[in-house]
Ligand binder design. Sequence first.
Ligand code: FE2
Length: 338
Amino acid sequence: MDPSHLSPLPADIDALESDDWLAEFHKVWPSEPVVIRNLMQKEPMRFKGMPQALTHEHLVETYNDTMIAAFTHMTKDKSAIELEFKDYIARIKANPEEKLYARAIPDIHNMILDRIDDKWLVDEVLGSKYTRKMSEAFMDGGKLPMFFVGTNYSFSQAHCDFGTSTFMMIEGQKRWVFYAPDQSPLMFPYGQKRNVAFNAGLDVFFPADERKLFRDNAKGYEVTVNPGDVMFFPSMWWHGVQNIGDLTVGIDLPLVDTVGSWGRNAPFTLATFANPKLAMAVVEAMLTGQSFRDVFFDGYLLDKDEMKKKQAELDAKLNVDVASKVAAAAAAPASTNP
Ligand SMILES: [Fe+2]
């Protein structure tokens, strides 16, 4: 694909080089995505011990046998399987080609909330119009942040929703692509289950020939973020991610942004919040003690039988792949090193 439709993200600010990164940020925000480079290094008291304290080695120690959901397919919404975190890490290390991607692992052990100054991030950096209290009410009694752990081979399909995101890069790199809300007609959009979010009906990284409308007309931004960088992007902006590095860890702090969403994309916002199925699911979740996140991610997990089948398929493939790697290593000529 000719990448000429992508230009570097204009709002790219290095906190270590700027005299006043926050003032620079506020000149642009919330009109478009902004990356603040080295923000964790610049503001160590706001991100205690990060990024080093939250690398995958630390996560394995704490999450260990906690069950997490991992996507097995990048463009199918309903493709996630459940497995223990330590098995997930062992698995993506043994066979990254499987392209498993654990998205939105909840911060149940307070690893993130114990370190970040979320109040400062939301109230002072993003501005008070972002309704932190409303977001907290929706999500597990205030546990908003989530981990994203992937491999070099995984990516997420471009999508947009009513959330404003603060994404903190911890380990490895991520390449982000963004398309403004006015590009929506070019994205072949369709609603996820209950319209909680909208997916692009094409692979923005490798668009097929029949998506000519997108190929010829779309204009987007790209940016690659490193450990310590923090990426902010407004609701209803289309975003897709490619993971770069053997193992990547990032953290998202999502916030519900109804007012901004309405201003940027009224039809999508209406389709989400006026959806009776979503309203019913939220009421049901409240009555049964679930969180809004459970509703949001409900459509992703495979049904029990399908999940078992998928796990067996992956296990069989993993055994074959590992066996062939062992055989190849055994057949390789002996090292000439002393
Ligand atoms: Fe997203």
